[in-house]
Design a protein around this ligand. Structure first.
Ligand code: FAD
Length: 441
């Protein structure tokens, strides 16, 4: 039996180590803190929450709530600690951050199958008697990042994430929006939201005065490189957007036969055609402000944001080009990636991908075949998305119902629909747990 080397004891690495160790396999867990830290970590503890202490939605009407429930069913150490260290936070699951990380540190460190080595890993490990998981996170140390970039090729390796918001297609009001491509070229791939002069001016006013998210000190140098936030572009003048992302030429509205004053375009984001991104809207606005201001765009009044726009330092790979849904590297069976590095976004998503990588590393260590989680589950849908999205436009993704296959029956009530998708996910997981993972509890 091989051992498993895990690089990084963050959200993903801690969960992966637990899953491997619980399956009776030895783990060497490398963590560079406290010897060397990242610009965001402040302690030497495992699974440190670098910012908010909220793990977001708790209920099953929320995809990240479903992801949490699936993790509980799969004996996650992150969820065990979250439930023990819960603090009141309405519909969200928030935790006492010290207690949360301390519990995980103690459990993982004291596991008889885990050896913790406080050392910075500089090159991707490759040993005959080991399976490796890279879970070094969005702030991977520079030398290791270089080694990963050399493996993947620089075109498939990113240091910065500037993503426009993503919205679910079903939440777009198509009585106002319309399909068209500029000058009618090719198929009508884009959904277009038209604005008249009054609507545009109101939107511009709100966009230029909306509240921004704070920029971390270590992110400042990168902030405006290459990719300008939409609010910053707007601040250059009231007409600037009309010559940029809101340019209306060639986009006549079929309902009126006329060219609108301004047009916001939405581009398809996933193969299932359930998610659309707002073209050119990378933004640094606070999340509630994105909902308020972008909700002024005709057709997006009730838009469901499955991921808000972000602009932050992030180390991630182009998983659609590089990974299999088992989270194995395509060109190396013995190498897996997990966490934010794979292009999932968020604490829980990172931990869940660590769970998948841990389960599969354990199979590989035993000389068995790795498994693909069913796409009907939140875990499986996330792994499927990051490994099959359009590689050219790949951006990190939160868990969301739009990633899961539609239900066979058509349900109009959105709340009921989410409930049914969640029920289906847990049914598929229960079967997968017994039939494939052979777990009795
Ligand atoms: P991490 O939890 O960062 O774990 C990676 C570990 O690898 C770290 O312990 C690090 O010290 C170690 N490491 C790095 N390089 C090496 C090396 N060469 N050798 C050995 N060890 C190494 N998500 C949310 O849901 N809510 C938030 O509020 C939130 N805020 C964020 C704020 C910032 C500043 C950043 C950067 C990200 C934030 N995220 C947030 C996104 C993401 O969910 C977290 O970063 C999450 O911790 C990612 O989990 P991970 O396991 O991939 O990485």
């Amino acid at each position: 039996m091989k051992k498993v080397i895990i690089v990084g004891a963050g959200m993903a690495g801690s969960e992966a180590a637990w899953q491997v160790a619980q399956r009776g396999i030895k783990v060497d867990l490398y963590e560079m803190r406290p010897e060397k830290s990242t610009p965001a970590h402040k302690t030497e503890k495992f699974a440190e929450l670098v910012c908010s202490n909220s793990l977001r939605g708790a209920g099953l009407e929320n995809a990240v709530g479903l992801l949490k429930e699936e993790m509980r069913q799969l004996n996650s150490i992150i969820m065990e600690s979250a439930d023990i260290n819960r603090v009141p936070a309405g519909g969200a699951l928030a935790v006492d951050r010290e207690g949360f990380s301390q519990y995980i540190t103690d459990k993982v460190k004291n596991h008889p199958n885990v050896t913790v080595i406080n050392k910075e890993i500089e090159t991707i490990p490759q040993e005959d008697d080991a399976i490796t998981i890279i879970a070094s996170g969005p702030l991977t140390s520079e030398v290791l990042a270089k080694s990963i970039g050399e493996l993947t090729g620089q075109d498939y390796f990113y240091f910065y994430d500037a993503a426009a918001p993503l919205i679910s297609k079903e939440s777009i009001d198509m009585s106002k929006a319309y399909r068209a491509s500029r000058y009618g070229k090719g198929t009508a791939d884009y959904i277009n939201c038209p604005m008249d002069k009054e609507e545009y001016e109101k939107f511009w006013q709100e966009l230029t005065t909306a509240e921004l998210a704070p920029i971390k000190e270590f992110e400042k140098a990168k902030f405006f490189e290459g990719c300008m936030p939409v609010e910053e572009m707007a601040r250059r003048g009231i007409d600037t957007l009309l010559y940029g992302p809101l340019k209306p030429v060639g986009l006549e509205d079929p309902k009126t036969g006329k060219r609108p004053y301004a047009v916001v375009q939405l581009r398809q984001d996933n193969a299932a055609d359930s998610l659309y991104n707002i073209v050119g809207f990378q933004t640094h606005l606070k999340w509630p402000e994105q909902k308020r201001v972008f909700g002024l765009i005709p057709g997006l009044e009730n838009a469901e944001f499955v991921r808000y726009g972000v602009m932050h330092r992030n180390t991630f790979i182009n998983s659609p080009e590089l990974l299999r849904p088992t989270l194995q590297y395509k060109d190396r069976d013995d190498l897996l990636f997990a966490g934010q590095m794979t292009g999932v976004e968020g604490y829980i998503e990172s931990a869940a991908s660590g769970l998948v990588a841990g389960v599969n590393a354990a199979y590989l260590a035993k000389g068995e075949n790795p498994v693909i989680f069913p796409e009907q589950t939140a875990h499986g849908s996330m792994c499927k998305y990051i490994t099959s999205a359009v590689a050219k436009h790949f951006q990190p993704m939160n868990a969301n119902f739009g990633l899961m296959p539609p239900l066979e029956e058509r349900i109009r009530d959105k709340k009921l629909k989410k409930q049914k998708i969640a029920e289906r996910a847990l049914e598929f997981l229960a079967k997968f747990k017994i039939d494939v993972l052979k777990l009795s509890k």
